[in-house]
Design a protein around this ligand. Sequence first.
Ligand code: ASP
Length: 346
Amino acid sequence: MTVQSKPISLLIIYTGGTIGMVQNSLNGSLRPFSFDNILNEIPELKKARYHLSSYTFKPLLDSSNINPGMWIKIAEVIEDNYHRYDGFIILHGTDTMAYSASALSFLLENLKKPVILTGSQLPIDSLRTDAKENLMTAIEIAAHKKGRVSVVQEVAIFFQDKLFRGNRTTKHNAEEFKAFQSFNYPALAESGVHIKYNYSVINDFFSGKDFKAYKVLDKNVAILKIFPGIDQKIVEAILNIQGLRGVVLETFGAGNAPDEPWFLKEINDAIRRGIVIVSVTQCAEGRVEMGMYETSIALEKLGVVSGNDSTTEAALTKLMFVLGRYTSKHDIINDLNRSLRGEITI
Ligand code: ASP
């Protein structure tokens, strides 16, 4: 007797982005179109050996309009459908995909199924589109299992030929099909004729506990990028925003900042007012090493938290997440100092 195994079923969550966009006939600008548009352009999808369902967000968005409310909605859709599907694919604009992937990695705890974000640089109906390959490979990855277990059990971005950990990714190219990079963490998989998985770096924060979706993010955060000559009134204005609870401070090199007294006083006053400040490097690659230079020792002494080798996208969404979860400064800083979903290497 042969036992028929259940076909793999995947949910494609369509949020918008170039992948499904069509040109406005009046001015040539691109706007999101329906999911049917995508299906019509890839008839192969209908022949896929997997059971594919879709969920379309309304309205469809250019991802420049994405916000924490949408991230929570996406997390809810995944939570509601978690036991019905083997994996999830999120079609998303590339502009803010790294922010969304980072936010979702924090909202979705103890995933045992893949959540793969993808999109494209050219719309699916354009001749040279990168959408088909991106979507078809994302589907293959989301469906890939060893025995009954999904190989990828985390939030990831698949683009062009690489699968990256979502919260390690940055959009670094607005022109090439290779739009994303993960500067501080190796690719989880590479696709060529075969899809080669880098097993030693996938799911390395896996806990074995039950899946849980969180529904709170605190938007009272800001990014303060320092630059030579930054004026006191800029720093003062940002750090005194009413209700502000957290700041990602984009520092130079290994976490350095001016050690002029006015600057340190603004930082000190903000921390004493209860604002949590996390330092990340402005460099694409490398990490904050507080105390390596005199210009970072001062920040460390004042209580600035090291973002280690975090991307700005991951640091910002992690702040939103931990500020949404806790009120106690001790708990907030405790979580910032550890890796929650593989977003930093300590
Ligand atoms: N503006 C588009 C978006 O992020 C760009 C893209 O999808 O590539 O929605």
